[in-house]
Design a protein around this ligand. Structure first.
Ligand SMILES: Nc1ncnc2c1ncn2[C@@H]1O[C@H](COP(=O)(O)OP(=O)(O)OP(=O)(O)O)[C@@H](O)[C@H]1O
Ligand SMILES: [Mg+2]
Length: 243
């Protein structure tokens, strides 16, 4: 579903080029749940932004299914993103003046979906994230975990095949974080959602099937978390991460 071909991202700071992603190649099949780990500044968020078309590479191709997203115009990209990619952020990024229902329906409103369809889909989504009793609440009236569940529902509103999450449990305690991770894991298994999740937390990464370790803008390791070998894989990864 995702294919990165020799991706490079260089920022010009004054007259000095600074390369954040260094000729990266990567394939992520449809339906995979991938975690991206790595030290601060290793390029995790930059990679996620590139995958989501929120930023453009200096060189290389980024295919999502058959679309090479850097080749799209700004308008085509906005349309593509709204239909194909759901975003989840560490700080939820909900609209404070909108209710839970309005926040969830926001991507459908932007796409001109009929009010009756919006209402039906929103009802399904609040049920999926277990927030039926909060539908008319505002974000400020919700806990962090509840706000993140709203943002997951919003990410899924248009039924995108791909969800990109940057530190989705970064602001949550273990209990609320686990609820979010279980929810992502369930969506991944039940609807075959492809998930790419950036995380610092080895506990969160264990919910994925595959862990990419970034270092200085390169993939340092690419590991599979098959049943029974998780402890061993994580030990190796943490040793590399702390080296
Ligand atoms: N707009 C920008 N202009 C210049 N440099 C940037 C820009 N955005 C990111 N960088 C640099 O790119 C590098 C990677 O940043 P990135 O945000 O991808 O790191 P990260 O792995 O997500 O780190 P963290 O774990 O702290 O979130 C950093 O050195 C950062 O300073
Ligand atoms: Mg980051």
């Amino acid at each position: 579903m995702i294919h990165l071909n020799d991706i490079q991202k260089t920022y010009e700071i004054g007259k000095h080029p600074f390369t954040v992603i260094k000729g990266m190649n990567l394939k992520i099949p449809k339906g995979e749940f991938v975690a991206i780990m790595g030290p601060s500044g290793s390029g995790k968020s930059t990679l996620l932004q590139l995958l989501g078309g929120l930023d453009s590479p200096t060189n290389g191709e980024i295919f999502i299914e058959k679309t090479n997203i850097p080749s799209l115009s700004e308008k085509e990209l906005t349309y593509f993103r709204r239909r194909n990619i759901g975003f989840i952020f560490q700080n939820y990024q909900l609209l404070p003046t909108m209710t839970v229902a309005e926040n969830i329906a926001f991507p459908m409103e932007a796409e001109g979906i009929s009010k009756s369809k919006q209402k039906r889909r929103t009802a399904e989504l609040v049920q999926a994230v277990d927030l039926e009793d909060k539908i008319n609440f505002f974000p400020s009236q919700l806990s962090g975990g509840q706000q993140q569940r709203v943002s997951i529902a919003r990410a899924l509103a248009m039924n995108p095949p791909l969800v990109l999450a940057d530190e989705p449990t970064g602001n949550l305690d273990r209990k609320r974080g686990t609820e979010i991770l279980n929810l992502l894991d369930r969506l991944h298994r039940e609807i075959g959602l492809t998930i790419v999740m950036v995380t610092h937390d080895p506990y969160a990464a264990r919910f994925a099937e595959r862990i990419l370790l970034l270092k200085d803008g390169e993939i340092q390791s690419d590991s599979r978390l098959a049943e029974g070998v998780e402890d061993h894989v994580m030990e190796n990864l943490l040793a590399k991460l702390n080296a």
